[in-house]
Ligand binder design. Structure first.
Ligand SMILES: NC(=O)c1ccc[n+]([C@@H]2O[C@H](COP(=O)([O-])OP(=O)(O)OC[C@H]3O[C@@H](n4cnc5c(N)ncnc54)[C@H](O)[C@@H]3O)[C@@H](O)[C@H]2O)c1
Length: 322
């Protein structure tokens, strides 16, 4: 398969592209290499991918209407894994326009590319657990639950992406799969996320800030568990438009995360407690029975094991990039 991976220099895009290349596919990667976080990290991920003969890269912004067409006009993309987005809940309060630009305009441009290319058999794209908004999580969130109350602009743009996809599946028969990821973490991860910030601060002997830690629970999902299932999802196009939760289905508290990072770092954290931040939801919890039924999705990594893997990688990254 010739697979277009958008956001290929990003955390999940990098891991997904590596796996697809290892499985013998051709990967055409695109990324705008924006400076939301360390460009050095994005370039280092790309350098790994560029050592693979079946990897091609185009530096472009998917929100620019003609960029994809002029870069990929001659290519024979059969499948798309669309991961490029302005990520992060908190930053959407600071820079809302970049979310509309990348996550709504960019999503539309990917749909238009799929519509006009004539070769695309399946478009799988990243949505987010944030579409579920603020709600009790005594049991897992189901894909069929109503999702009409996004708690952040980030969530609103991810929900918009799902709506745009639904309309294009109906209008033009493009088979699509929306993937609601739940707090994905692991080596080569994101410097804006709590597990990275806690690791950095604890190793540097600085205090960490916990926002409403008694209320917060997250369904932390190890990146390899996601990457194991992505090729299966891509090769199985649905009739129309399908949506799946991809989470660990075993939520942990914020204190569990801190404990795991402390253990992996071999150091205790000094903590500062603050109230819940605007845009944050208290709990996430994925019901993954649909992904299990259709793709055998079975995440197996416990938080403490995944965090130990991340901290090992982080120490090496910092040794090489002080
Ligand atoms: N990591 C998580 O916990 C998580 C959870 C839910 C959903 N998601 C979604 O999964 C996808 C991947 O997330 P990630 O954690 O790898 O984030 P990331 O920020 O590491 O990767 C996104 C990549 O997209 C690129 N990008 C952004 N705007 C672009 C544009 N307009 N044109 C081209 N490239 C652009 C960025 O440069 C970046 O390399 C995103 O859609 C994100 O919203 C991630």
């Amino acid at each position: 398969m010739d697979i277009l991976v958008t956001g290929v220099a990003g955390f999940i895009g990098f891991h997904a592209a590596k796996r697809l290349l290892a499985n013998g596919h051709t990967v055409i990667g695109v990324d705008s290499l924006n400076d939301y976080y360390s460009l050095e990290l994005k370039q280092a991920r790309l350098a790994h991918l560029k050592s693979e003969p079946d990897f091609k890269f185009h530096h472009l912004d998917i929100s620019e209407k003609r960029a994809l067409k002029s870069a990929l006009g001659e290519s024979k993309v059969t499948h798309i894994l669309h991961l490029a987005a302005q990520a992060g809940v908190r930053y959407s309060l600071e820079n809302p326009h970049s979310y509309i630009q990348s996550n709504v305009m960019g999503h539309l441009n990917i749909l238009e590319f799929a519509r006009h290319s004539g070769n695309v058999q399946h478009l799988a794209y990243a949505s987010s657990s944030s579409v579920y908004g603020e709600r009790e999580a005594r049991t897992g969130f189901k894909e069929s639950d109503p999702v009409r109350e996004p708690a952040s602009l980030y969530a609103a743009t991810k929900l918009s992406g799902e709506m745009l996809s639904e309309s294009y599946a109906r209008l033009y028969g493009i088979p699509q799969t929306g993937l609601r990821f739940f707090t994905v973490y692991g080596p080569w991860g994101r410097p804006d996320m709590a597990y990275w910030i806690f690791t950095q601060k604890i190793l540097e002997g600085e205090p960490i800030t916990l926002y409403a830690p008694d209320l917060m629970r997250r369904d932390f999902t190890y990146v390899d568990d996601i990457v194991d299932v992505l090729p299966k999802i891509l090769t199985k196009a649905p009739m129309g438009h399908a949506i799946y939760n991809l989470g660990n289905s075993a939520p942990n508290t914020l204190y569990d995360l801190v404990n795991s990072v402390e253990t992996a770092c071999g150091q205790k954290a000094e903590t500062i407690i603050k109230p819940q931040q605007a845009g944050d939801v208290r709990s996430t919890f994925a019901d993954i029975s649909a992904a299990k039924r259709d793709f055998g999705f079975a995440p197996k990594t416990k938080l403490e094991d995944g965090i130990a893997q991340f901290v090992d990688w982080y120490r090496e990254w910092k040794r090489e990039n002080p």
